[in-house]
Ligand binder design. Structure first.
Ligand code: GLU
Length: 302
């Protein structure tokens, strides 16, 4: 076992696994196991009101039936508020955060937008406007580029202040923001490589900035293309993606490998799950995964 490699799969339990989440699970599992590393499971239920425990049970069962067995205890974000609070306190004590009184409505009215993304204009950065009180907490960002080299997508760079603005680390409903929780968890679980869908690519500079400000290490990143529907939407629960079948997972696992351009041979279809994985660990390569944000998912291209 390569004790130094630690990867993870971090689903949000908002519904059962679908093909879009399966390819993230398969990629992170293959990457970890090929390097004889550990593969950890973290249930990202920090946004508890959007999550449901039935979904968690379904996700665990689906992973097991696909032969993806995790190492160590499962981490649940909903049980980790003390850790997130400690990180928040540290940012507060370094004057790297500030309270923000803006409501969603005001922000929508005042925000500028670039590339269809809304940018927080810094209304509360130098103090709360008179007669208002803080609702959320934002990180004070710098006017500088954050860069990283993604294993699949290549070089990526973002000026957070200009392209995102000071971002929320604790929400108005008192929940910790995903960006803070994921950074604390990746550090605490000593993750060395994050493999996930490309919808997280533009969150990564925010996460790297938080790591730098908190004195954490930065893992390697690998963002795989999203599976999209013909109308351009990411396969997701909102867009009615069907749950992956768990009675006979083999054809769907092979489809996932084909989607990731691993070229599984035709006779793999007759093999059992453990032989499919044995083939995968031997042949898995990141080199053929397209450096694309998304790939159209239909039954013909896999
Ligand atoms: N929880 C996120 C999701 O289910 C993934 C976040 C991550 O891997 O960092 O889409």
């Amino acid at each position: 076992m390569n004790a130094s490699y630690r990867g993870r799969f971090a689903p949000s339990p908002t519904g059962p696994l679908h093909f879009g989440s399966l390819i993230a699970a398969v990629s992170s599992f293959a990457q970890a196991r090929q390097q004889q590393g550990k593969w950890l499971l973290r249930i990202e239920d920090v946004d508890l009101p959007r999550c449901d425990t039935t979904a968690t049970t379904q996700i665990l069962k689906a992973l097991e039936s696909y032969g993806m067995i995790w190492d160590e205890d499962i981490i649940y974000q909903s049980q980790r508020n003390t850790l997130y609070q400690t990180a928040l306190d540290e940012l507060n004590s370094k004057n790297l955060s500030y309270g923000c009184a803006c409501s969603r409505k005001q922000i929508n009215e005042n925000m500028s937008s670039a590339n269809r993304r809304l940018i927080y204009p810094g209304t509360c950065r130098d103090g709360l406007p008179n007669g208002t009180s803080a609702r959320s907490i934002r990180l004070r960002t710098d006017n500088k580029e954050v860069h990283f080299n993604d294993i699949v997508q290549g070089h990526y760079s973002q000026n957070i202040l200009k392209e995102v603005g000071d971002f929320i680390i604790r929400r108005a409903d008192n929940l910790f923001a995903y960006q803070l929780a994921v950074v604390v968890d990746d550090q605490e679980q000593a993750i060395t490589e994050v493999v996930r869908g490309s919808d997280m690519l533009d969150s990564t500079p925010r996460q790297i900035l938080l790591q730098q400000l908190l004195g954490y290490s930065t893992p390697r990143y690998m963002h795989i293309p999203l599976a999209t529907t013909p109308d351009g939407n990411k396969l997701s629960k909102q867009h009615h993606a069907s749950p992956i079948p768990t009675d006979d997972p083999r054809p769907t696992l092979i489809k996932a490998l084909a989607f990731l351009q691993q070229q599984p041979p035709a006779d793999l279809r007759d093999c059992d799950i453990s032989s499919i994985w044995a083939w995968t660990f031997k042949h898995w390569t990141t080199k053929t995964i397209p450096a694309q944000h998304s790939i159209l998912y239909n039954d013909d291209n896999v």
